[in-house]
Design a protein around this ligand. Structure first.
Ligand SMILES: O=C(O)C(=O)C[C@]1(C(=O)O)C=C[C@@H](O)C=C1
Length: 285
């Protein structure tokens, strides 16, 4: 199902350069000749490009089944007006790519999420080798191409694009390692009956039970939460923004009732969008 399939010449911003998992997720999600994939150097550049309408929509990583939330994406939502129109899941198999042999390596480049998802493998097979965090797995591959003492953790697509050898396949620690992405912009999703909604609010931490009161609103309206995160509010030190995902759509009556009540308790609360549930069926909530 395509979010914006009725339009032509749709541009999709992704985390570049070519060959990143975000690129792969964009190609799976937006199939056809009328989509142009546009690489951006960072997640915040993707938010900016969609917000300033330089692209129709963007795709950003949200969470990984092994290593957890992509905090850069959460932080970008705090100051943004963008809405989520869809989610997408991509099974992620990491590979060690290099021009050299395993025994010759002095450093491994990758995105912090990919390094985190391969932590045990790296500790077992490359102890003492420097782990260098860079902006994306595909940028890591670009660097490894130029550096004979280095490897990258990246996709098989990167091995081809950057002429690197596959030293070891499937080095991720978690079984069924999967990353979830959000599609930003494009048309908002209509209610399907199996939807999720993402929401952001802050509470006054000086009031005992403020978070508990906010969360009780969901219980009172029989709304099931599926994820909760907190991040520094970016407004005052030691104040936090809470991100809550729950089952239901912004058009549902109980969701509207709950959010009305929540906005009374937390005046700066905001909706980040509703989208059809795409979680693979074999997983349960
Ligand atoms: O660096 C990439 O290839 C990305 O698309 C980013 C990203 C992430 O931020 O989680 C996407 C999927 C994988 O979990 C590892 C890295």
């Amino acid at each position: 199902m395509s979010v914006v399939s009725l339009q032509e010449d749709i541009s999709v911003a992704y985390l570049g350069p070519a060959g990143s998992y975000t690129h792969e997720a964009a190609q799976e999600r937006f199939v056809g000749n009328n989509f142009a994939y546009k690489p951006y150097a960072s997640i915040s550049d993707i938010f900016d490009a969609v917000e300033s309408r330089r692209t129709t929509c963007g795709i950003v990583p949200f969470e990984n089944s092994t290593f957890g939330s992509v905090v850069t994406t959460l932080d970008c939502f705090i100051g943004s007006k963008l809405r989520i129109s869809a989610e997408a899941y991509l099974p992620v198999h990491h590979n060690l790519l290099s021009k050299s042999k395993l025994s010759e390596l002095k450093k491994v480049y990758s995105h912090p999420q990919a390094l985190g998802q391969c932590k045990k493998w790296l500790a077992t097979h490359l102890p003492g080798v420097a782990l260098v965090e860079v902006a994306s797995t595909s940028y890591a591959a670009e660097l490894a191409k130029e550096d004979p003492e280095a490897a990258a953790i990246a996709s098989l697509m990167c091995a081809e694009l950057y002429s690197l050898n596959v030293i070891e396949r499937d080095i991720e620690d978690g079984k069924n390692n999967t990353t979830r992405f959000f599609i930003l912009g494009g048309s908002t999703s209509t209610r399907t009956g199996d939807d999720k909604t993402y929401f952001l609010f802050t509470v006054d931490h000086r009031k005992p039970g403020a978070l508990c009161d906010a969360l009780k609103v969901f219980k009172d309206h029989e709304i099931n939460l599926t994820k909760i995160d907190s991040r520094p509010s970016q407004q005052r030190p030691w104040h936090y923004a809470f991100f809550v995902e729950f089952q239901g759509h912004l058009e549902d009556e109980n969701v509207q009732g709950a959010l009305e009540k929540l906005k009374e308790l937390c005046p700066n609360a905001k909706e980040l969008g509703s989208y059809p549930n795409q979680r693979p069926k074999e997983d349960t909530y």
